[in-house]
Design a protein around this ligand. Structure first.
Ligand code: H79
Length: 423
């Protein structure tokens, strides 16, 4: 097989998203400015306050590792326009806060040191820049505000700013593994961002970095990556947001598309202490397995507080996922969907001639290994202890997390799946 630049990403399957910025202070999420129609001047009070004392990217990276995650993506600039890095194009940056630090610099160093792949999120939207459209923009905090109706803005100036910052990120922080742009909407997509030029620059400066599909797409709409003929700016992977694909994603020609589902542990990206709607570790493990069973990745978000601490509920969930990954990671890393119908009791993942049976629902009686011919089975083992499960028919009690069994095939992967076994 030819190696592809997306190989590490598809092998990794599980990453950490970090949403962190000034919005951790009001604690109402990264869309606070837009929701509450806060103007840039008023929002700057958080800039004057921002002074995290507990920022420790080594701890973030350690937690990601403990959870079994293989890469991290941090918000260098979100829609509010505040930059966590030193940029010559703006004063609205962390080096000018009381903290006086280039957080991105410390972050990339820590993540690399931990042996994880390093990614940067950059918002195409900017609610702080004077030349970003306001009155007529559907998301801008000052939309439909008469005070901004007659405003003139210089779009090219914003594009120079945005391109200049992306160039800085691609030039000043060593080799990046991933760039995560957010997002296109309405007319604000593709060449409106001068995306071809932007992408050419990214490819020139960071030829190996993967880029998501949002120079053309949003969270629910993808760009030409879903066509059989992706454009130059289509990106390397599709990025469904808070919405699980119903099956393996394929383009119009029926070829599989590399994809990553992004989701949160509660209902928020940025720090929102009042949001108690946490997903359980068990649920999150099931969703990770589901992504892999559809040949996709999961990037799970944490939202550190204004001091830089990841909320303890999020730490706890990640540690629990990590405990499962330690025993069952083999059924996740380097795996993809099996070309088999979904079994009633859970999900299949597959790596070469090993089929991983993730049993998510306790059965009454034996577990049928559906879709597989008996003659093809060489052995059936419990993954975490290697013990034999002779006929895959152990009646299991209810379990907190999916139990993973693996089934190896005698004929070295070159098989079809003609007959279901009813064990
Ligand atoms: O950075 C995170 C989000 O802030 C950003 N992408 C992730 C990774 C993002 N969220 N939403 N969107 C991008 C697309 C816009 C969706 C909207 Fe809405 C639906 C805007 C208004 C309605 C989401 C829901 C935001 C406000 C309500």
């Amino acid at each position: 097989m030819n190696s592809k630049k997306t190989d590490w990403f598809c092998d990794a399957r599980f990453g950490m998203f970090i949403h962190w910025g000034l919005y951790a202070i009001p604690g109402q999420g990264e869309w606070y400015m837009s929701f509450d129609r806060v103007n840039a001047k008023d929002y700057e009070k958080y800039f004057n306050e921002f002074n995290p004392q507990e920022f420790d990217p080594r701890q973030w990276a350690q937690l990601a590792k403990e959870a079994g995650m293989k890469y991290i993506v941090l918000t260098a600039k979100h829609h509010d326009g505040f930059c966590l890095f030193d940029s010559k194009y703006t004063d609205y940056k962390s080096t000018n806060t009381k903290a006086g630090k280039d957080f991105i610099k410390e972050y990339v160093e820590a993540v690399r040191e931990a042996g994880l792949k390093v990614g940067i999120y950059y918002s195409l939207l900017d609610w702080h820049h004077p030349d970003y459209p306001k009155y007529n923009d559907m998301f801008h905090p000052m939309r439909e505000n008469e005070a901004y109706k007659e405003d003139k803005y210089d779009w090219d100036n914003y594009l120079n700013y945005m391109h200049g910052q992306v160039e800085e990120l691609c030039s000043n922080y060593g080799k990046l593994d991933l760039l995560w742009f957010d997002f296109s909407y309405g007319d604000m997509k593709g060449e409106k961002w001068k995306a071809t030029e932007l992408m050419e620059m990214v490819r020139r400066l960071q030829p190996e970095a993967l880029v998501n599909d949002r120079l053309e797409g949003g969270g629910s709409s993808h760009g030409s990556i879903m066509e059989g003929t992706p454009s130059k700016i289509a990106g390397d992977f599709a990025s469904p947001e808070q919405c699980m694909p119903t099956s393996e994603l394929c383009n119009k020609k029926g070829e599989p598309v590399v994809w990553e589902l992004c989701t949160t542990i509660n209902d928020s990206w940025g720090y929102v202490p009042s949001d108690r709607n946490y997903k359980s570790a068990e649920f999150l493990i099931h969703k990770l397995v589901e992504c892999v069973s559809k040949s996709g990745n999961l990037i799970l978000n944490v939202g550190p507080d204004a001091q830089g601490r990841i909320p303890k509920e999020q730490v706890e969930a990640l540690r629990q996922i990590g405990a499962w990954m330690k025993m069952n990671g083999e059924s996740i890393y380097g795996c993809e969907g099996a070309k088999l119908p979904r079994p009633e009791w859970g999900r299949y993942t597959q790596k070469e001639n090993i089929l991983y049976a993730h049993i998510m629902e306790a059965p009454i009686g034996p577990i049928p290994i559906t879709g597989v011919a008996k003659e093809q089975i060489e052995s059936i083992r419990v993954l975490w202890d290697g013990s034999e499960a002779k006929d895959a028919s152990l009646a299991l009690g209810p379990r907190k997390h999916p139990e993973t069994k693996f089934i190896t095939f005698g004929n070295n992967g070159n098989f079809t799946y003609p007959l279901p076994i009813e064990a």
